[in-house]
Design a protein around this ligand. Structure first.
Ligand SMILES: NC(=[NH2+])NCCC[C@H](N)C(=O)O
Ligand SMILES: [Mn+2]
Ligand SMILES: [Mn+2]
Length: 298
């Protein structure tokens, strides 16, 4: 069985609510390593990527807040992911806000010729500095990773694009900014909205998503934004949106991805313990990762 490497990325520079920098602690506290070991994996916790202290934060661009900090954190993460995947390990990357996924995907792109991405999220994360309503970079990582947006983000780690849009699938979308919707339509990424999940069912959606992300690639990176789940099950997130994926649908999605045997790496992001109730969201994250790595009822 493949060895798992846990990498923490305690960064909150991609958005404006403090606390998501404590996500890695909350997820570790919920027993991630022990639970993966119980499933039979060898697990190494590599500790955290260095993140500059909040006291040094400065906003230079209103449309790309904390750009320098985000880029430096992502490049440090990219090196770790490249080394882990290059040596045949499966990284489990703990955010931090979703901007860190640009680092995960940069590392993947350095290690693999072709890979697919399933982006599990209430949001599209397909904004650019020109479309963003907030200036928060966590609304931009998917666009940047397919080569759309500001050069400082699209060119991160010297690889562009990180992933081909036809191998990218958004699952769970229900909050998209209007200009972002236009970018999504033009980009060629595939999208299964909550309405699609209602109509087709999670089983059919995930089978299709896995096929789209895996065809012609070496495997799949899952970018798991906890706000993809309904806030009822994951209240500890900075940008909650009603009408999300249920507890059961979430586990089904992870089980199907696990069974497909295509998973290369995963990031688990947007867990904010300050907004959470007694680490419910941290625990939810760990449960989903367990299903993703093969935990079953029987
Ligand atoms: N990773 C996230 N939670 N992203 C939320 C993005 C929200 C909004 N679309 C923005 O650009 O600001
Ligand atoms: Mn997101
Ligand atoms: Mn989101």
């Amino acid at each position: 069985m493949k060895e798992i490497h846990i990498i923490g990325v305690p960064s909150d520079y991609g958005q404006n609510r403090r606390g998501v920098d404590m996500g890695p602690s909350a997820i570790r506290y919920a027993g991630l390593k022990e639970k993966l070991e119980r499933l039979g994996y060898r697990v190494r916790d590599l500790g955290d990527v260095m993140v500059p202290t909040p006291e040094t934060r400065h906003i230079e661009h209103q449309k790309l807040k904390y750009l320098k900090e985000v880029v430096s954190v992502c490049e440090a993460l990219a090196e770790r992911v490249r080394d882990a995947v290059g040596s045949g390990y499966t990284p489990v990357i703990l955010g931090g806000d979703h901007s860190i996924a640009m680092g995960s995907l940069a590392g993947m792109a350095a290690a693999k010729k072709q890979f697919g991405v399933i982006w599990f999220d209430a949001h599209g994360d397909m904004n650019t500095d020109e479309t963003t309503p907030s200036g928060n970079i966590h609304g931009m990582p998917l666009a940047a990773s397919i080569g759309i947006g500001h050069e400082a983000l699209t060119g991160l780690f010297g690889i562009r694009p990180k992933v081909q849009p036809e191998n990218v699938v958004l699952v769970g979308a229900r909050s998209i900014d209007p200009p972002e919707a236009e970018l999504i339509r033009q980009s060629g990424v595939h999208v299964f909205t909550m309405a699609d999940i209602d109509r087709m069912g999670m089983d059919a959606v995930m089978r299709k998503a896995i096929e789209l992300a895996a065809t012609g690639t070496d495997g799949i990176h899952l970018s798991l934004d906890l706000d993809g789940l309904d806030p009822m099950f994951a209240p500890g997130v900075g940008t909650p949106v009603n009408g999300g994926v249920t507890y059961r649908e979430g586990h089904l999605a992870m089980e199907l991805l696990s069974e497909s045997g295509t998973l290369l790496s995963v990031d688990v992001v947007e867990v904010n313990p300050i907004l959470d109730h007694r680490n419910q969201t941290g625990r939810m994250a760990v449960e989903l990762v367990e299903s993703l790595f093969g935990k079953r009822v029987l």
